[in-house]
Each structure stands twice: as C-alpha cells, then as structure tokens.
Design a protein around this ligand. Structure first.
Ligand SMILES: NC(=O)c1ccc[n+]([C@@H]2O[C@H](COP(=O)([O-])OP(=O)(O)OC[C@H]3O[C@@H](n4cnc5c(N)ncnc54)[C@H](O)[C@@H]3O)[C@@H](O)[C@H]2O)c1
Length: 432
C-alpha cells in the first residue's frame, strides 16, 4: 500500500483545495467534515480572511459548520502557494471562463499549474476539477507540472474529476452525488477514487482523464441542448395559443424516455452557457463542427431578446410601449434561490429593456446591487406600491422567496418568464 493510500485511509492525509469558490469551498468543507485537515488556497485575500473567520460567502455553506471546522483547526485558508508543499492531495477548482471572443480561457488553470510545479512533491496526488475540454489534464496540466523535474504517474499522480455541484440544490450534495474520476494511469485513478470515497458515497472510475473531461462537458451540453429545444418549442406554442408549461407537465407524466426541461429568459451561471464552447472549440481542432451544440447556444442566447419582444407585446395589449414604461424585474440571479449573477440572463434582459427606453427597477432578495452597462442599480423594496405602480412586473428568476399570488394580485400586468405562476388564474398574467 502506498504512503498516500495509507494516509487517506487513516485520515492523516492533508488535503489542499485550490480556489475557494462555489466548487472549492463546499469541497473543502466536505473533506474537513470527513475528518481531514484541509488547507484552502485562494488568490483573493478577502475570501481567505472570511474563511478563517468562519464567515461563508456562499449560500450553501452555513456559518456554524464553517466556524466549527476553523476553530477545530480542520480547515484553514491561505494565499501562500508555497504551502502546497505541505499537502498530500490537491484539488484544483479555479475558474475556466471564456475569452471575449468566446474561446476557452485556461489561463487560471495554466497559472495555477505553473505555481504548483514550483512546489510539487514526490508522492502527491493532483486532481483537476475545473470544467474543461478533453485533453486539458494530459496535454496542458501534465507538461507544466513536469517542469518540476518530477514525472507524472511515476513521481506524482494526476487525475481529472469533474465537479457536479448544483448550487442551491437541497437534495443533492457532494456526499450523494456520484463522482467520476479518471487518472493518467491506473495508480492515479485508484488514488483519486480513494480520495473522493472519503466524501462521496459513489465514485465512478473511468479509463482516462479524457473520458472524465468529456463526461462533464457532455452533461452540460445535454442540458444546454434540451433547454434550447424547449426554449424553441415555446415560440410556436405561443403562436398556436398553447401553454408550453401545460405541455411539459403533461409530457412529464410519461414514466420513461422523457425528462422535463423548462424554458426561461436564457441560461446563466458559470457552466451551461460556457462549457459547450469548450467542446465546440476543441472539436474544431479535429475539423469537426459541433452544429447541434452551437445551435443550442444560439437559441438560448436569443431568449432575452425574445422575452423583451414578448414584454413589448404584453405592454401593447395595455396601449403602452417599452419606451417610458416602468418595468419591475423580479430576480436577477441566474437561477432560483442562489446569489450568483454570473452570465445571468436577467442582466441582458434589463440591458435590452433599457436600450428601448424602459424605466427598469429590480428586486432580488439575494442581490443588493447590480452593474448594468454603466449604471449601478440597487434592489428596490418589494412593497405593494412598487408592485402596483409598475406597468409590468417581470418574473425573471423564480426565487422561492416570492409570494406569487400576492404579486399577481397587486400588479397590473405580470410577465412570467419562468412559469412560476402557472397554478394561478389571475387574468393579468402573461406567461412565456
Ligand atoms: N459554480 C458551479 O455551479 C460549478 C459547477 C460545476 C463545475 N464548475 C466548475 O468549477 C470551476 C470553478 O468554478 P466556481 O464556480 O467555483 O468558480 P469561482 O469563481 O466561484 O471560484 C474560483 C475561485 O478560484 C480562485 N482562484 C483563481 N485562481 C486561483 C489560483 N491560482 N490559486 C488559488 N485560487 C485561485 C478565485 O479567486 C475564486 O475564489 C470552473 O471550472 C467551473 O466551470 C462550477
């Protein structure tokens, strides 16, 4: 049995988590709750400071658990990368955004790999968790790490394991979400499997990092394509006077071969809008054009425009136009019950409305301020006066916090882009 295997089994291994964001912080908490000492690395001193004070900045982590872990010395945040020397296994959870031209931006991954190559120790296990295209672990991370003089698979272990965290999901956590792992060789896979078995009930080993990388992008492309399909279906449904929501509910009664996806004002977050481009870009290197994937992205990205035109139609039924109308947007987070606005379609929607001369205000219980182009908007209080004085109240994100019956009763016109009001029968509601 290798030293690392022994240390993982008797929980004396020290785990390093690099990047304490939506993915990294919950993972750091999970390992420390499993009894491991965890060092959490971030380049943002503020995040490290908050972690060390036991103050979470991510809604899924409660401050009591975090403070207890910090107080018991099980979790410590640091900005000092040389401390990577002190850990046995390292999970890299840094961002993988797109460039302005929608190409994969692996600069965080390469920069961290360069840092790590300076401190890499024999016997360490490195696992990349950031979402990326197939080939990143072996073709990009491995050669950088080998600048250390150590050889992958021989002196250190390297694997890829995609993160499947779903912020705001109360049912599925790290523990009960199966974790896929693929190493550059069999011992890397075995050690990565053993690592994640400490925090996840089911670990699924695959034959290579490339399979694990492709699995992650496939999962997100699957969502993107299916959301696009239902977003497209919404449009002829509207022309035919059919409620797409009722169609989805009826189709959901089929116990096999169907899975519901819902339309909306677009897609957001750090994954679904970005990951398909990672695969599309890589496929182009192989002279392959992923038409399905790019079409889905295009349909989803058009949704804020479609919703804007539907709001204009709704106002038109009241003899009003977007120009000078007062529109109150409810929800600017990219999905319900989270405080994340990355790639949020609400931001695009507000921008488009403002471009048409609409006077837009917003409310979001999770987001106090939001930058829209040059302007900084602040969340308004959701008073009766604020609901009744708007020419149209737009439900852009269906937070559980909202009382939809109350909203529909007080507003003169509601445009519901999320189907949050589908059980209500007020005749001032227009749904996507
Ligand atoms: N957010 C999700 O729901 C989700 C789900 C599955 C997968 N992912 C993937 O996980 C990865 C991380 O996403 P996230 O949402 O946690 O991002 P995030 O922006 O919330 O967190 C990333 C953190 O990494 C830090 N960081 C950047 N470079 C660093 C470095 N060199 N050293 C130390 N810290 C560094 C940043 O300061 C930030 O705190 C991305 O690849 C994303 O696609 C995200």
């Amino acid at each position: 049995m290798s030293d690392l295997e022994q240390r993982l089994k008797n929980k004396t291994a020290v785990i390093g988590i690099v990047g304490l964001g939506y993915v990294g912080l919950p993972l750091a908490v999970a390992f420390s709750q499993a009894g491991f000492k965890v060092l959490g690395f971030d380049i943002q001193p503020r995040r490290v400071e908050l972690v060390n004070k036991g103050e979470p900045y991510i809604a899924d982590i409660d401050s009591e658990s975090l403070s207890a872990l910090v107080a018991n010395n099980l979790l410590q945040g640091t900005t000092v990368q040389s401390q990577l020397k002190e850990v046995d296994a390292i999970c890299i959870c840094v961002p993988t955004p797109l460039t302005r031209t929608r190409e994969p931006d692996l600069s965080y991954v390469t920069r961290e790999s360069e840092e790590l190559s300076r401190y890499l120790q024999p016997g360490q296990l490195v696992v990349l968790e950031s979402t990326t295209y197939p080939g990143t672990t072996r073709q990009i991370v491995l050669p950088i790490l080998e600048r250390s003089g150590l050889k992958g698979g021989q002196d250190f272990h390297l694997a890829y394991s995609p993160e499947r965290v779903d912020p705001g999901n109360k049912k599925y956590s790290i523990r009960n979400t199966p974790k896929v792992v693929g190493g550059i060789d069999s011992s890397s896979t075995r050690l990565a499997e053993l690592l994640y078995q400490q925090v996840a009930e089911v670990v699924v080993p695959v034959s290579s990092p490339e399979v694990a990388e492709m699995t992650k992008v496939f999962e997100n492309v699957f969502r993107s394509v299916n959301i696009a399909l239902v977003n497209e279906l919404t449009q002829p449904c509207e022309k035919m006077g059919i409620s797409v929501w009722e169609v989805i509910d009826a189709a959901s009664s089929k116990p096999f071969g169907y899975m519901p996806f819902y339309p909306g004002p677009g897609i957001g977050g750090h994954c679904i809008p970005l990951d398909p481009y990672y695969l599309a870009s890589k496929a182009r290197e192989y002279d392959f054009h992923t038409r399905f994937i790019e079409l889905a992205a295009e349909i989803n990205e058009r949704m804020p425009y479609y919703v804007t035109s539907r709001i204009a139609d709704a106002l038109n039924t009241r003899g009003k136009s977007l120009n000078n109308a007062r529109v109150l947007v409810l929800g600017v987070a990219y999905k319900k019950d989270v405080e994340d606005i990355r790639e949020s379609p609400s931001v695009k929607l507000i921008q488009l409305l403002q471009e048409k001369g609409t006077n837009v205000s917003y409310n979001d219980p999770y987001i106090v301020k939001i930058q829209i182009s040059e302007d900084m908007l602040s969340s308004v209080e959701l008073t009766e006066e604020c609901l009744s004085s708007a020419d149209c109240v737009v439900i852009a994100t269906d937070h559980s916090y909202y009382n939809y019956q109350h909203i529909a009763d007080k507003a003169s016109l509601v445009f519901d882009a999320r189907g949050a009001t589908r059980k209500l029968d007020n005749n001032n509601i227009i749904r996507l």
